[in-house]
Design a protein around this ligand. Structure first.
Ligand SMILES: [Ca+2]
Ligand SMILES: [Ca+2]
Ligand SMILES: [Ca+2]
Ligand SMILES: [Ca+2]
Length: 312
């Protein structure tokens, strides 16, 4: 970009010729360029603006008459990055010529800027330009997974905590994740600890004793919101499976059973059927007593079950 043919040619005619002379001339030329470079210009533009969006006016800021721009061959050169900006030689307007995606250019960085150079010939001048890329809220918070499942025993104590996954948002500053909310429910509250941008944690806190026999599955929704205007959001479905404990005794269908049996009834005659129910899902054994002398037991499948008792 420093090799302006005309410039170097005019300088080399003053040298003594030969390789050594050319090197010296190049050094002098570079020194001249350093003198010719002026202070840095700063502009700012939002990411994702349409191509052709004007960022600033170089003719005005460099105090050059617009009629001279073409004659002085004003050019805009990108450092080592893609060319995002160009200049309109008729007006001096510096404009966007390609899509600028801040998240692609500066991932995980709060500040983002592009450095370019404006070069003029006759005489040669170099002007450094910094264009700050302003974030827009073009990304919604998102969770790595759509759903999170917890298996929580119904014997859990209130106050117990369950760690939740956090949301990510590729935007920065106020456009990144700012808050979380939990869908209204009677069992859990949400506790978000914020100790800086990267040390947040969110937990479910049990507020009320669980009862599998009343509600075995609890569905919740965790919503992450960013601070943009308007705010964008992402959701995580939470599925709580309430795990059973054996907290219900089997119950007979009636408190008293009466039966009649004829004398000399054959062995193994059925005389009475009782039914029991337990609300738990756990496999249990029902042990009953008929009389001080006659005791029998039978297995009971998960409730509701029936147990046939046979006299012996
Ligand atoms: Ca973007
Ligand atoms: Ca953005
Ligand atoms: Ca965002
Ligand atoms: Ca239970």
């Amino acid at each position: 970009m420093f090799e302006n043919d005309h410039f170097f040619h005019s300088v080399s005619t003053m040298g003594r010729g030969g390789l050594t002379g050319t090197i010296w001339i190049h050094i002098i030329a570079l020194l001249c360029l350093c003198d010719g470079s002026t202070g840095q210009l700063s502009f700012s533009v939002s990411e994702e603006v349409d191509k052709g969006t004007v960022v600033g006016n170089l003719a005005k800021d460099l105090q050059i008459n617009v009629q001279e721009l073409e004659k002085r061959d004003l050019r805009v050169v990108a450092g080592n990055s893609k060319k995002y900006f160009d200049v309109d030689l008729k007006t001096g307007a510096l404009y966007v010529c390609d899509r600028i995606d801040r998240e692609e250019l500066c991932p995980n960085t709060a500040k983002c800027s592009l450095n370019i150079e404006a070069i003029l010939s006759h005489p040669m001048q170099l002007h450094r330009i910094e264009v700050q890329i302003i974030d827009i809220n073009d990304n919604a918070p998102s969770f790595r997974e759509n759903e999170k499942t917890f298996n929580i025993s119904e014997s859990s104590f209130t106050g117990e905590r369950y760690l939740l996954p956090m949301a990510n948002d590729a935007d920065t500053g106020s456009n990144s994740v700012k808050s979380y909310k939990l869908s209204p429910n009677e069992y859990f509250s949400l506790d978000v600890q914020s100790g800086g941008q990267h040390s947040e944690s969110a937990e479910l806190v049990l507020q009320k004793s669980l009862d599998r026999e009343k509600q075995s599955i609890i569905r919740l929704t965790l919503t992450a919101l960013d601070g943009g205007k308007p705010a964008r959001s992402g959701t995580l479905k939470i599925l709580v499976h309430v795990m059973d404990i054996n907290d219900n005794a089997p119950v007979f269908s009636q408190p008293l059973y009466k039966a009649r049996v004829t004398e000399n009834a054959p062995y193994q005659t059925s005389i009475l059927t009782v039914s029991t129910q337990t609300l738990d899902t756990m496999r249990c054994f029902l042990i009953t007593s008929l009389s001080p002398k006659e005791t029998t037991s039978s297995g009971s499948e998960p409730a509701p079950g029936k147990s046939g008792l046979r006299g012996e």
